[in-house]
Every structure is written in structure tokens, then in C-alpha cells.
Design a protein around this ligand. Structure first.
Ligand SMILES: Cc1cc2nc3c(=O)[nH]c(=O)nc-3n(C[C@H](O)[C@H](O)[C@H](O)COP(=O)(O)O)c2cc1C
Length: 177
């Protein structure tokens, strides 16, 4: 079985998981921009990883557009966000990014990443500033913040890394089945 792991990563969390997965499966590893359609189609197991940005999986459009061409392959997608890996978060990400038909063809895994402002470009930093202002205005009005909001405020000051190699275990087992 030839296995390809390819990914897009803005601040390195997805990259770290992609490297762990490729190493474990002895798979080839590419960044999304280097993986053209013909290359992807030459593999039996295709694993794509992207970060979560406002609920969407970064770069997932490319995979969804070409799903028909991958109908005989094992297609796995993993997403890394800062949110904790609760069933609620996982279901929301899955249902937001994939239709029920796509969910039959794609096996989805959520691997918790982290948060690091320093690697972000101008646009993402701007979005984060807006989010911070929104949370701060709630705080200033003495409206209680939920766990995600408090976590996000803290992470904007101090980078957090929730990546753990053991998180890839289920994905690896599924890829090997
Ligand atoms: C603008 C922006 C939006 C984000 N939106 C989400 C989100 O909706 N859910 C989440 O869990 N994490 C969110 N995050 C956090 C990233 O998904 C997280 O840092 C991820 O690990 C990034 O992976 P990467 O650096 O490899 O792309 C967001 C981060 C930024 C900068």
C-alpha cells in the first residue's frame, strides 16, 4: 500500500502531526502546494491535514473538489485546532466541513494542535485582534467568559502546544487496516 501524507500548516502544529504520521506509516510527505492531482492519485492511502480557521479546515476545498477521482482510495483527513477534542467539537467540525455523502468517503480525525500568534500572517493576526476585542468587551461588561474564550485570551499572550504523539494512534490504526 502506497501512502501519502500531505498538509497545509500556518504555525507548525499540523506539520508536526503530518511528520509523525508519515514517519509511523513510512509514507511520503508533501505540502499541499507540491501535491498535484496526478501525484495524489498514484497512492492507495491518502491522508490530508489542515488547521482549523473559523471552523473550516484549511485547504480542504482541494480534496473535496477531487473526491470523485479518489473514489477507490482510502481517504483520511485530520484537522488540528486549539479547541479541546470533545465529541461536540469533533461533530461540529465534521458536519461543517463535509456533507453526509462526503463523510462516507472520508474518514475524519481531530488532532488537537495549539495556538501561536507569532507565526501568523497579517490577516490572521487582524482576525485574532478582532476576536480579542470581542472577548475583552464581554469581560469589561462583567459577562462571564466560557472556557474557550478564557483559553483563547491566555493563548494570545502565551503560545500553547497541545500536540501529543499518542493522539495519532487511532488514525494510524485505521490507515493500516
Ligand atoms: C484566525 C484564526 C482562527 C482560528 N479558528 C479556530 C477554530 O475555529 N477552532 C479551533 O479549534 N482553532 C482555531 N484556531 C486555532 C488554530 O486552528 C490552531 O492554532 C491550529 O493548531 C493551527 O494549526 P497550523 O498552525 O498547523 O495551521 C484559529 C486560529 C486563528 C489564527
Amino acid at each position: 500500500m502506497r501512502t501519502l501524507v500531505f498538509y497545509t500548516s500556518k504555525t507548525g502544529f499540523v506539520k508536526k502531526y503530518a511528520e509523525w504520521i508519515a514517519e509511523e506509516l513510512h509514507a511520503d510527505l508533501l505540502i499541499l502546494g507540491k501535491a498535484d492531482c496526478r501525484t495524489i492519485q498514484s497512492y492507495d492511502v491518502i491522508i490530508y491535514g489542515g488547521g482549523l480557521y473559523a471552523g473550516g479546515i484549511n485547504g480542504i476545498g482541494r480534496i473535496k473538489k477531487n473526491l470523485l477521482k479518489l473514489k477507490d482510495k482510502k481517504v483520511i483527513v485530520f484537522a488540528s485546532g486549539a479547541s479541546p477534542e470533545t465529541d461536540k467539537v469533533i461533530d461540529e467540525v465534521r458536519n461543517r466541513n463535509f456533507t453526509p455523502v462526503q463523510q462516507k468517503q472520508i474518514r475524519f480525525f481531530y488532532l488537537r494542535g495549539g495556538f501561536n500568534m507569532t507565526g501568523l500572517g497579517f490577516f490572521d493576526r487582524f482576525l485574532m485582534k478582532l476576536l480579542k476585542m470581542k472577548i475583552m468587551s464581554k469581560k469589561n461588561k462583567a459577562i462571564p467568559l466560557d472556557g474557550d474564550e478564557t483559553g483563547m485570551l491566555n493563548a494570545m499572550e502565551n503560545p500553547v502546544d497541545f500536540t501529543k504523539k499518542e493522539n495519532i494512534k487511532d488514525l494510524i490504526n485505521y490507515a493500516r487496516e
